[in-house]
Design a binder for this molecule. Structure first.
Ligand code: SAM
Length: 282
């Protein structure tokens, strides 16, 4: 079977099973199999696959049909133009989160922030992207999951910023040394418990620990907003990613604490409310 025939066949199988973007996914699986770019496939589409390659390609197609995310098969995701290794133990970094990272970079450059805490780091996407963009930054990246932290460390090494990031296992602030940071950033789990089972199969195959925000989706914001000021310098920033429908709830949590000021929200590229920024002070 040629490259083109295999892609067409897989694409049809995916389409029949209502997998979205079937053509693109079939092509990306082929690129992964052959370790080649799109251009190569276009030029060599009549090249024959070996039987072994064919078997491996259609095995991976089956995995997609079972709902395994493409990125868990190819072990890769681009974020902020950098490559991240991912597996079943970490959330696949999303383009929405780039809005948060870009805002934190702007703030850090404006206030000359160097000490940054990334809570709930997962694959390390936020911490690594910040370390890469903020010269001289010292970042502490934490997660409750040791398996996620292993992946985050791999990503820091692969992107050449491992010396700027300290990794620490902690249930939110529980094991964080009492230091003061210029910025605390977090993309915590924020999906309502009973919504998780209604999500696409692919998302449900991501770690539950990365999704589950409790019965109202706000469990983590409540704790973070309550404690962050103890770990922030005066006028230090708290920067949070939120779900598209959580703006008013998170603003209310922040308001109730009566210790933050200058709070604002920004939208993502799709026009959804996506990040909330606030700072310690009156
Ligand atoms: C939504 S994912 C975010 C991953 C990454 N920061 C990103 O933006 O792609 C949330 C992460 O929070 C971690 N987590 C869940 N409960 C936690 C807790 N109690 N303390 C610290 N991290 C926790 C999960 O392991 C997961 O890696």
């Amino acid at each position: 079977m040629t490259i083109r025939e295999a892609i067409n066949k897989a694409s049809l199988q995916l389409k029949t099973k209502q997998i979205d973007s079937p053509k693109l996914k079939a092509r990306l699986l082929m690129q992964f199999l052959l370790d080649k770019d799109r251009q190569y496939l276009l030029v060599h589409d009549t090249e024959k696959l070996t039987l072994e390659q064919e078997k491996s390609f259609f095995n991976n197609t089956k995995k997609l049909i079972k709902g395994i995310p493409l990125q868990h098969i190819t072990h890769g995701q681009e974020f902020m133009k950098m490559k991240f290794y991912v597996n079943k133990n970490v959330l696949i970094p999303r383009p929405d989160t780039e809005v948060l990272v870009e805002e934190v970079i702007n703030i850090a450059k404006r206030i000359n922030a160097k000490k940054i805490l990334d809570l709930c780091t997962g694959s390390g996407a936020i911490a690594v992207a910040l370390a890469k963009s903020i010269e001289g930054s010292e970042i502490t990246a934490t997660d409750i999951s040791d398996k996620a932290l292993e992946i985050a460390e791999i990503n820091a090494k692969n992107n050449g910023v491992d010396r700027q990031i300290a990794f620490l296992q902690s249930d939110l602030f529980d094991d964080i040394p009492s230091e003061k940071y210029d910025i605390i950033v977090s993309n915590p789990p924020y999906i309502k418990k009973d919504v998780i089972k209604k999500l696409q199969k692919e998302v449900q195959n991501e770690p539950i620990l990365a999704l589950d925000g409790g019965y109202d989706g706000l469990k983590f914001y409540y704790k973070i907003v309550q404690q962050a000021d103890e770990f922030l310098k005066y006028k230090g920033y708290l920067c949070l990613e939120i779900g598209y429908d959580q703006k008013s709830d998170v603003l209310e949590l922040i308001d109730k604490q009566d210790k933050y000021t200058g709070t604002y929200c920004k939208k993502d590229l799709y026009g959804n409310d996506r990040i909330i920024i606030t700072k310690v002070g009156d």
